[in-house]
Design a protein around this ligand. Structure first.
Ligand SMILES: NC(=O)c1ccc[n+]([C@@H]2O[C@H](COP(=O)([O-])OP(=O)(O)OC[C@H]3O[C@@H](n4cnc5c(N)ncnc54)[C@H](OP(=O)(O)O)[C@@H]3O)[C@@H](O)[C@H]2O)c1
Length: 299
């Protein structure tokens, strides 16, 4: 997979600061094959192309669930991670737990649907750290109702959180990434982009829109060294699905449909998140990685 290596190796990658090589319009590869193994802050020995030391990541919706698991994964391979959610206390607890494990975690509490708060938060992060390398726009919401019961308020809330907020987060994050000539934007979509499911109409529309946005942003930002990809989870055990997890028959139905015969655990997203955030994915953009135990590709 990594046998062919470009002769053009990034000079920005391993130092502490931002790239000084932006005089040329060349997009750096970000992949340094001489970094065979790197020790992370957590003591894990990883191949260098998965190493996220000196990288700063913002993960929205990271107070629990999939966002927290992905944030922990990035931190375990060296990244400094800023956890976002709406409740400062919950975030502090999560960040304290990470720091107790030797991981680098900070917090930034804001509602992603509040565009002014989002702008201010990202500007403050960049002012403090002088960079932003990775955005995982993960915060999401769902509303379930039969078609006849949908209101425009419910529709707007889902679209505002799952689609509009992701777009403006990416807009804000892309500015420092362009200056760095390096960045990773990762959206969290869903297998409802592929498989129809009743009652979740706005959710399906928002996640399908996000899949399109993944591709349009990738097309625009690639020349600036920024990749944009999505992770598409199947059924995962989090608060998001708590009500469904109480329904034994439903749980059993999903288990019987999934080739791996179980629901995903949040840490099952770790590999995809690290991969897309790292130099290992330096030539991967505009893609969705489906992490669903095989559900959406089998009968
Ligand atoms: N679980 C699944 O099976 C599954 C499957 C496919 C896709 N997904 C997607 O994965 C993402 C994470 O889901 P999850 O299962 O981890 O959900 P979760 O356990 O409910 O966590 C949602 C996170 O988002 C935060 N959040 C919600 N609204 C927010 C807002 N407006 N601004 C800032 N933060 C907000 C929540 O924190 P606060 O409430 O404290 O703000 C929490 O940290 C979502 O985009 C979801 O659509 C999940």
């Amino acid at each position: 997979m990594f046998a062919r290596v470009s002769a053009t190796i990034s000079t920005e990658r391993r130092g502490a600061g931002l790239s000084q090589s932006s005089a040329s319009n060349r997009v750096t590869t970000g992949f340094d094959p001489s970094q065979q193994l790197a020790s992370t802050s957590y003591g894990v020995r990883m191949p260098g192309y998965f190493d996220l030391n000196n990288r700063l990541a913002l993960v929205t919706g990271a107070s629990r669930g999939l966002g927290l698991a992905m944030a922990e994964a990035l931190a375990e391979v060296g990244a400094t991670v800023i956890l976002n959610g709406r409740d400062a206390n919950t975030l502090k607890t999560a960040a304290d737990r990470m720091r107790d494990r030797g991981l680098k975690a900070e917090t930034s509490a804001f509602d992603v649907t509040d565009l002014r708060a989002t702008d201010a938060a990202i500007q403050s992060i960049v002012a403090d750290h002088h960079r932003l390398d990775i955005l995982i726009a993960n915060a999401g919401t769902i509303h379930r109702a039969p078609l006849a019961d949908w209101t425009s308020e419910a529709w707007d809330e889902v679209l505002a959180t799952n689609l509009k907020a992701c777009f403006f987060l990416a807009q804000q994050a892309a500015a420092p990434m362009r200056r760095q000539r390096h960045g990773r934007i990762i959206f969290i979509t869903s297998i409802v982009c592929i498989l129809g499911r009743s009652t979740v109409h706005a959710y399906a529309a928002s996640k399908s829109g996000l899949a399109g946005l993944t591709r349009s942003l990738a097309a625009e930002l690639g020349e600036h060294g920024i990749t944009c990809n999505a992770i598409s989870p199947g059924w995962f055990e989090t608060e998001f699905t708590a009500a469904l997890l109480k329904d034994d028959a439903f749980v059993a139905r999903i288990n019987s449909r999934v080739p791996l015969r179980r629901w995903g655990k949040p840490h099952d997203l770790a590999g995809a998140a690290i991969f897309l955030a790292s130099d290992a994915a330096s030539y991967v953009t505009a893609q969705q990685i489906v992490v669903d135990g095989g559900l959406s590709a089998t009968m």
